[in-house]
Ligand binder design. Structure first.
Ligand code: FAD
Length: 353
């Protein structure tokens, strides 16, 4: 049994920053995530995309934001159960909770924080019979590292922003990029559609509209795909390829969390945003993309703010009656960053003098 003060379900940016805010209050955290790595959507869906609305970072790659968060929380030595999905939540007589994962790992804590984002998200897969046989052998539903596609022949399918953005991006890296969409019109941003059409005219992207990938061929790895054209007279096209990336979006599912007796609205958890982001279950909080309330913005900075507020209330539940005065980090320093605490104190003293 893993025991901790605050058990965080979801190691996305919100869950990670919770470790920092809890650490300032000397509360220990343990994180569970279904994915094998930390960072949530930032690591899994768009690690190489720049984010422009993180305060004080005019531009930062999503993957770099996760690295910075990991650096920031290092002094607080959180525990991690990665690659396991939280399945059940059981209240104990003493008011604490036990959370058990799909692999049977048990965790106990007086406070549970659900920072599960979109939930255990699953990519929408095209209905191609043998697609599973080629997963991680040429077929991927997300681009994690564009370098994987250097000098490769890549087919991307989809009509939204992801398909357009990656087709544009990979045309400088891959040997050949083919973009396949089942309609003539794309759903993505107008400038991306224009850019992709321009590259197609220049012959740098092969563009097939009103077509779908219907068959995959290969042995140990993918060797070829077959496109079926929706115009009957065009028949099928056989393409030799190394990679096939269907980008049809993610279907967000709260997964097992939906069965924990929480108040759910539009696939998100209702919380008391006027106070502490607690759910209808005492001691269970929900922060970040996973929660809902009037005026909610599903942004990274919302999750950071909610984490800071929620930790103050978690402290009161764990330490009933104990007075806590919030200190700025410039005054209190951060235990574990060498010298920070001393320096911060010296600075304050100097200012007072
Ligand atoms: C393409 C794209 C671009 C974006 N650009 C921006 C931007 O520019 N600025 C911005 O502010 N936001 C942006 N966002 C949104 C931003 O990524 C989210 O707001 C943010 O990731 C939410 O963080 P989170 O920690 O709440 O959830 P998530 O990042 O979704 O992390 C939740 C984690 O919980 C885990 N999890 C869920 N259920 C379970 C379970 N039962 N057991 C174990 N683990 C579980 C998941 O595996 C996941 O790792 C963008 C999103 C996308 C997809």
């Amino acid at each position: 049994m893993i025991k901790t003060d605050i058990l965080i379900i979801g190691a996305g940016p919100t869950g990670l920053f919770t470790v920092f805010e809890a650490g300032l209050l000397k509360l220990k955290c343990h994180l569970i995530d279904a994915l094998p790595q930390t960072g949530g959507q930032c690591s899994e869906i768009y690690p190489k995309k720049p984010i422009y609305d993180i305060p004080a970072f005019p531009e930062i790659l999503a993957g770099d934001l996760v690295l910075k968060l990991m650096e920031q929380i290092k002094p607080f030595e959180a525990g991690y159960t990665l690659g396991e999905r939280a399945e059940t939540l059981d209240k104990q007589e003493d008011g604490s909770y036990i959370v058990t994962t799909n692999k049977g790992t048990k965790h106990q804590a007086p406070i549970v924080v659900i920072a599960g984002g979109l939930g255990s998200f699953e990519p929408r897969k095209p209905p191609i019979e043998n697609i599973k046989d080629f997963e991680d052998k040429g077929v991927a539903y997300m681009v994690k590292d564009p370098e994987v596609y250097r000098d490769k022949k890549v087919v991307i399918a989809g009509g939204g922003d992801s398909a357009l953005d990656w087709a544009i991006y990979l045309n400088n890296i891959a040997e050949e990029v083919t973009l396949v969409h089942r309609r003539n019109e794309f759903r993505g941003a107008l400038d991306s559609v224009e850019k992709a059409s321009e590259l197609a005219k220049l012959g740098r992207i092969k563009l097939f509209t009103k077509a779908e990938v219907v068959k995959l061929y290969g042995g140990d790895k993918l060797d070829a795909v077959v496109l079926k054209h929706n115009d009957a007279d065009k028949g099928e096209t056989y393409l030799e390829v190394d990679n096939f990336i269907p980008l049809f979006g993610l279907s967000p599912k709260l997964g097992p969390i939906a069965d924990w007796g929480l108040e759910i609205e539009k696939n998100a958890i209702k919380v008391n945003n006027a106070k502490d982001y607690q759910t209808n279950l005492p001691g269970v909080f929900a922060i970040g993309d996973v929660n809902t309330y009037e005026g909610k913005l599903k942004l990274i900075l919302s999750g950071f703010h909610e984490a800071a507020v929620m930790c103050q209330y978690a402290y009161q539940i764990i330490n009933p009656g104990k007075r806590y005065v919030m200190k700025y980090t410039t005054v209190g320093g951060v235990e574990g960053f060498d010298g920070t605490k001393k320096e911060a104190k010296k600075e304050v003293v100097q200012r007072i003098i």
